[in-house]
Design a protein around this ligand. Structure first.
Ligand SMILES: Cc1cc2nc3c(=O)[nH]c(=O)nc-3n(C[C@H](O)[C@H](O)[C@H](O)COP(=O)(O)OP(=O)(O)OC[C@H]3O[C@@H](n4cnc5c(N)ncnc54)[C@H](O)[C@@H]3O)c2cc1C
Length: 299
């Protein structure tokens, strides 16, 4: 692996061979060849403009939906969560939020502003950028239902303003202009749908009761198939508690795989594949990954 750039001088931080296990909620995964933490959007923009065209770029939120294989990620991983944390109410029902802002903060501030429905964001332990990339959702709400426009940056460092019509959005899936990443979103909420901290607390309590929240995971591993629930199918296939290496199918929520005991990314990926195959054999349903699996297998 060798990332090349005409000029890698930056104001932010460049870390070489940075273990991605430090940057994923599964606490597993190989190194990023270069992990870049820009100091400003200008820094990010000039870095991208100077990067060789063939160097792979991977955008990172907080890694709450990410499995990085043990062989790591070639090229550059951009972590812009420190600089993109802005949040402002720009109009009665319009909110501008930076891609690095935690979804929980977006939810809490919108509740203070009495703008709903926004409380579903509190259940998503990722960033606004990750939520835009995944069309993350919970409790009946989905990210892109609220998007008025987004701001993106391309691999030449140019910034664009885009509208939802430029994206194909579906359940936990978003496709749009290639080699562009989110810098911020403008969300439209509704002052007539007043959310409350009480509703939010109840939602979080329900999660605590049904999900293994204290243990390293990436949330739901598989998307729900139409008309059914992956967790139900996995549980009915007798897979709760099944282990490969240090990875285990949660006994609390069957669609969660937890890092029980120093699991490698290989353990986790093998367990994901075992679950997928077993459910297909037992129920004839082909489960699709919700988690993003990236990087290289160990040589
Ligand atoms: C305990 C737990 C519970 C969860 N519950 C839910 C839930 O209820 N609903 C739900 O939808 N998800 C849930 N998740 C999954 C996860 O939190 C979401 O998918 C979240 O949106 C990922 O955000 P992130 O910042 O961690 O992104 P990452 O995991 O870092 O990245 C995910 C994908 O988004 C891309 N990405 C990140 N930032 C950007 C950007 N700025 N521009 C372009 N692409 C970007 C990455 O390249 C990657 O492909 C849960 C996870 C955990 C651990």
């Amino acid at each position: 692996m060798m990332a090349a750039a005409r000029d890698l001088s930056v104001h932010g931080e460049l870390r070489y061979n940075e273990p991605m296990s430090r940057h994923t909620s599964w606490r597993a995964g190989g190194p990023a060849e270069i992990f870049f933490i820009p100091e400003s959007v200008d820094d990010l923009s000039s870095f991208l403009a100077n990067l060789d065209r063939e160097t792979p770029i991977f955008w990172h939120g907080v890694g709450s939906n990410l499995l990085v294989r043990d062989g790591g990620l070639p090229g550059v991983v951009v972590s812009a969560t420190k600089i993109l944390r802005h949040l402002e109410r720009v109009d009665t029902n319009l909110v501008r939020a930076g891609a690095g802002l935690p979804c929980t903060q977006l939810a809490r501030q919108c509740i203070r502003w009495e703008l709903g429905p926004s409380e579903f964001f509190a259940g998503i332990p990722g960033t606004v950028g990750g939520a835009l990339a995944m069309n993350a959702g919970a409790h009946g709400g989905e990210t892109w239902e609220r998007v008025e426009s987004v701001q993106t940056i391309d691999r030449s460092g140019n910034v664009h303003r885009r509208v939802p019509d430029e994206y194909k959005v579906a359940y936990r899936s978003v496709t749009g202009p290639v080699n562009e990443w989110f810098l911020e979103a403008m969300f439209r909420f509704d002052p007539d749908v007043t959310p409350s901290m009480e509703t939010l607390k109840e939602m979080l309590e329900r999660r605590k009761a049904t999900q293994p929240l204290g243990l390293p995971s990436c949330g739901s591993v598989f998307r729900n198939p139409p008309g059914d629930f992956s967790a139900r199918l996995i549980e009915a296939a007798g897979l709760k508690g099944h282990r490969i290496g240090g990875a285990e199918v949660s006994t609390k929520h069957a669609n969660f795989i937890i890092n029980r005991d120093a699991a490698s990314a290989t353990d986790i990926e093998q367990l994901i594949e075992h679950v997928r195959q077993t459910v297909e054999e037992e129920h004839g349903v082909e489960l699709k990954h919700e988690v993003r699996i990236v990087g290289e297998v160990t040589a």
